[in-house]
Design a protein around this ligand. Structure first.
Ligand code: GLU
Length: 278
């Protein structure tokens, strides 16, 4: 009888421990099959930008995040899990996106993210869904017309922490001073207040800023190619393959082009057909 009570006590302890372990995310993430879990909940949780016009921007009127990446994420979710499936959006910045994916707060990152060799060491990427290129945003009439001017004039260039744009510009224009802000909204405010002579990131993002700030323009051409991929945790191969399959299907059905056109056809000077290249 005593032994039975002791065994029962041990069993209860084991149950309590396993409940605690399941409750704290990291352990469950390692064993979690994201595709299966999402199929059961009929939901994909995406990490998206909320400060980036055209890609992912919070509309303060209705509290919804809107943009090309949001519409594409919704289309991929339905393609993968069925018509009634839901895409859930969680805001990330260039510096929070990888930690949030690794912690299991999100299933995937669709946030203007380029699969650099450094990042590939930490996470996996889907096939390319957008081809951007790094450029500069300057005040109209600025003496900075390209990255060479930036270097020669030893100008201050603004960027965002966690973006590869800040590393790229430091390589291409080593004489320029790079000032890093937390997100793109802050970087734009810094440019307007004269803390730097140029802002650097991908052309699509810069065009979004210039629409909102007509006194500023994107300089011609790009100096680094910046393709975008969806980042997924390394152990989630099934989910990554499902994302790639869905991406192929939305491209083939014409839905991808519809979304691309919706967000970029009015953006003067931006060759969005080039961006659609696979
Ligand atoms: N494509 C670049 C990157 O992945 C810049 C855009 C961003 O900051 O998200 O870092």
């Amino acid at each position: 009888m005593k032994r039975l009570i002791r065994n029962l006590g041990l069993l209860l302890t084991l149950v309590a421990v396993s409940v605690m372990v399941t409750a704290c995310g990291s352990q469950s993430l390692a064993s979690k099959n994201v595709l299966k879990t999402d199929q059961q909940s009929k939901t994909v949780t995406w990490g998206v930008k909320a400060d980036t016009r055209l890609f992912g921007l919070l509309d303060t009127k209705d509290g919804k995040i809107k943009g090309f990446e949001i519409d594409l994420a919704k289309a991929l979710t339905k393609q993968m899990l069925g018509k009634n499936a839901k895409a859930k959006f969680i805001q990330v910045t260039s510096s929070t996106r990888i930690p949030m994916l690794k912690n299991g707060n999100i299933d995937a990152i669709m946030a203007t993210m380029t699969p650099s060799p450094e990042r590939r060491k930490q996470v996996s990427f889907s096939d390319q869904y957008f081809l951007a290129g790094q450029s500069l945003l300057v005040k109209k009439g600025s003496s900075i017309k390209n990255v060479k001017d930036l270097n020669e004039q030893k100008a201050t260039v603004l960027g965002v922490v966690g973006s590869d744009s800040v590393q790229n510009v430091a390589k291409v224009a080593p004489n320029a001073k790079v000032l890093q802000l937390t997100d793109y909204a802050q970087a734009m405010t810094a440019l307007k207040s004269g803390q730097g002579q140029a802002l650097t990131t991908d052309n699509g993002i810069l065009y979004g800023m210039s629409i909102q700030n007509p006194g500023y323009e994107v300089t011609k051409g790009s100096f680094v190619s910046e393709p975008y991929g969806i980042a997924i945790n390394k152990n989630q191969t099934q989910f990554r393959l499902a994302v790639n399959q869905a991406l192929k299907q939305v491209r083939a059905s014409g839905e991808y082009n519809k979304i691309l056109h919706k967000w970029f056809h009015n953006v003067k000077g931006f060759d969005y057909e080039e961006a659609a290249k696979e």
